[in-house]
Write a protein that binds this ligand. Structure first.
Ligand SMILES: NC(=O)c1ccc[n+]([C@@H]2O[C@H](COP(=O)([O-])OP(=O)(O)OC[C@H]3O[C@@H](n4cnc5c(N)ncnc54)[C@H](OP(=O)(O)O)[C@@H]3O)[C@@H](O)[C@H]2O)c1
Length: 265
């Protein structure tokens, strides 16, 4: 029996991924984490309605006690940890000069330190199962657009940890999968922190991909152990621009810096 741990499973991409996994014929045990207990219980009911088993462990992934409880309960009640999906995360929209440093530290705790620490804690179980780590990165893990300095810094850091970890864990049979979505239609923008005076970013980006689409791609990547998957054409173009035409990308970003989003845009 497969046990899959998903952080940030109460809404957005995490919820969609839990439901996509619950539809798999293998009917895994899904261990669901997020702070919002009632939303998480709702996702657990949806998982169980699909014939899979759900274990709810609510808490804050920046809290070491929650991280230990999550790993311990997944291993004891689920019997193993086959997949750890580090998906919980938050945005932060601010020009670099207006980045609040305490907010930046909190963002690193959530987007970088929590995923790294969860892999450290789950490593013995993942080695035993020759399992898979999934890191939810972003197009912001390869391109830092204006007003994305803080958020992109966390996703660049997550990419670096994942790259290094991939080669280290290959020796013990654990695969590390990085997923890079572009804009996705979830409450992410509404939930993001922002500097005073930064407007817009409330409604999902009109170019958004659906959370179900990202979940389907993530599930396939996890089952195959694909090292890096960019989930949309938008991300593939940005990624190719960063690697092969950085001067073009610099011009596009400079133009974006002069545009300021308005509420609802
Ligand atoms: N949406 C996008 O456009 C987009 C694009 C690229 C990458 N991503 C990445 O995809 C991941 C999921 O984002 P999403 O779009 O699904 O966002 P979302 O709808 O805002 O969901 C975020 C999830 O993380 C949980 N979470 C937030 N802070 C937490 C904490 N301190 N401890 C535990 N859980 C916490 C939230 O639940 P609670 O609030 O109940 O804790 C929620 O379940 C993130 O890593 C994000 O950076 C998103």
């Amino acid at each position: 029996m497969t046990t899959v741990v998903i952080t940030g499973a109460s809404t957005g991409i995490g919820r969609a991924l839990a439901l996509a996994w619950a539809d798999e014929p293998s009917k895994p045990t899904l261990v669901l984490s997020a702070r919002g207990e009632s939303a998480l219980a709702g996702v657990a009911r949806e998982v169980e309605a699909r014939g899979a088993r759900a274990i709810v462990v609510s808490g804050d992934v920046t809290d070491e006690a929650h991280r230990r409880a999550l790993v311990d309960r997944a291993a004891s009640e689920g019997g193993s940890i086959d997949v750890l999906v580090n998906n919980a995360g938050r945005g932060f929209y601010a020009p670099a000069l207006k980045v609040d440093l305490d907010e930046l530290r909190r963002l690193f705790e959530l987007n970088v330190i929590a995923p790294l620490r969860l892999v450290q804690l789950a490593a013995p179980h993942l080695e035993r199962s020759r399992g898979t780590v999934v890191m939810m990165s972003s197009v912001a893990g390869i391109v830092a657009a204006p007003r994305y300095a803080a958020y992109a810094a966390t996703k660049f850091a997550l990419e670096a940890i994942s790259m290094s970890m991939r080669s280290e864990l290959a020796e013990v049979g654990v695969r590390v999968v990085v997923i890079r979505p572009g804009p996705v239609d979830t409450p992410f923008r509404a939930n993001a922190a922002r500097a005073e005076g930064v407007v817009g970013y409330d409604a999902p980006d009109p170019k958004s991909q659906s959370a179900d689409d990202v979940a389907r791609i993530t599930l396939r990547a996890a089952l195959r152990g694909s090292p890096v998957v960019e989930t949309s054409r938008f991300v593939r173009v940005a990624s190719a621009g960063a690697r092969h035409a950085p001067w073009v990308l610099r011009r596009v970003l400079a133009r974006m810096a002069t545009k300021h989003e308005r509420p609802g845009s």
